[in-house]
Design a protein around this ligand. Structure first.
Ligand code: PLP
Length: 274
């Protein structure tokens, strides 16, 4: 939920440009990764955690790893001391037709900066249940890879602006996450979030919330969560890099008093972190 009033700016492999090679495997096959990073006063938030996920994702996909120092220098250039949102895309680069990786890849990197201050969030979020189901794929689970068709289909389920997010389940019915955010429940002071070892994106803010919650003395659990658990939770909140911690005031037909005390405390702690 942010206002991007000014024109975005792009760096493609370090040069001011907004075009990529049509042979790029990121474009042709979705063969790559990305990070979306909140930027405040020129400083990317949770930079190290974003770099960790990107480097880990590159290792898991057999992509050459990005050099965080190069990305940091280019981020500083494109951000130029402003507020906004930075997206880093890292692909296997151009290649011949077909899936096989031939020769040494020359990865492509795109830094896209969308300047603008985040708009204050007016109210707790309203969530719907999506009918689009996520595939179970442990090889890709947790990664922020470029194949986001499940999210595109799930987001296309609603056009009502009163709905902020949708909860998505896996094929076996378990709750996984939201379309573009991770999901948390609070019950009797315990902070719970779905296990993502088989599908879903392991969010940077999710990881921070788990650390912060433990630091504040809350028990945390990464577990299998069913729809009935969401229906009976004391508090529900969602997280992502641009929202931070966002309280949920409605899930389908159910309304909740939001923000609940645990959500409010975690939202403040995440806001103040770094
Ligand atoms: C599908 C999905 N899950 C979870 C997240 C949250 O990840 P992060 O906290 O790194 O922004 C996102 C972020 O956009 C996402 O697209």
């Amino acid at each position: 939920v942010s206002v991007h009033s000014e024109t975005p700016e792009f760096l493609v492999n370090g040069r001011s440009d907004d075009c990529v090679d049509v042979r790029d495997r990121g474009f042709m096959l979705g063969d790559g990764l990305f990070e979306t990073i909140a930027v405040r006063n020129g400083t990317p938030r949770f930079w190290q955690a974003h770099m960790d996920r990107l480097v880990d994702g590159a290792m898991r996909l057999g992509l050459p790893a990005p050099v965080p120092g190069t990305l940091a220098d280019e981020a500083e250039r494109v951000v130029a001391g402003r507020d906004g949102t930075l997206r880093i895309t890292w692909t296997r680069g151009p290649g011949p037709r077909g899936y096989a990786v031939r020769g040494e890849p020359t990865p492509s990197r795109v830094l896209a900066f969308y300047p603008g201050r985040p708009a204050p969030r007016p109210r707790p979020l309203r969530l719907r249940w999506c009918t689009t189901r996520l595939a179970i794929q442990p090889l890709l689970a947790g990664l922020k890879h470029l194949n986001r068709l499940e999210q595109v289909l799930a987001r296309a389920e609603w056009t009502d602006d009163a709905i902020d997010e949708g909860i998505v389940c896996a094929h076996d019915g378990r709750v996984v996450e939201c379309v573009a955010a991770n999901l948390f429940l609070v019950r009797d002071g315990t902070v719970m979030t779905p296990d993502l070892s088989e599908c879903g994106v392991a969010g940077v803010v999710r990881r921070e919330v788990l650390v912060v919650a433990r630091g504040l003395g809350h028990e945390t659990r990464i577990v299998r969560i069913e729809a009935t658990d969401v229906e009976s939770a004391d508090e529900v909140f969602v997280t992502n890099a641009t929202l931070g911690v966002a309280a949920v005031g409605q899930v389908g037909a159910r309304t909740l008093d939001a923000p609940g005390p645990v959500t409010a405390r975690l939202a403040r702690a995440i806001e103040e972190r770094e």
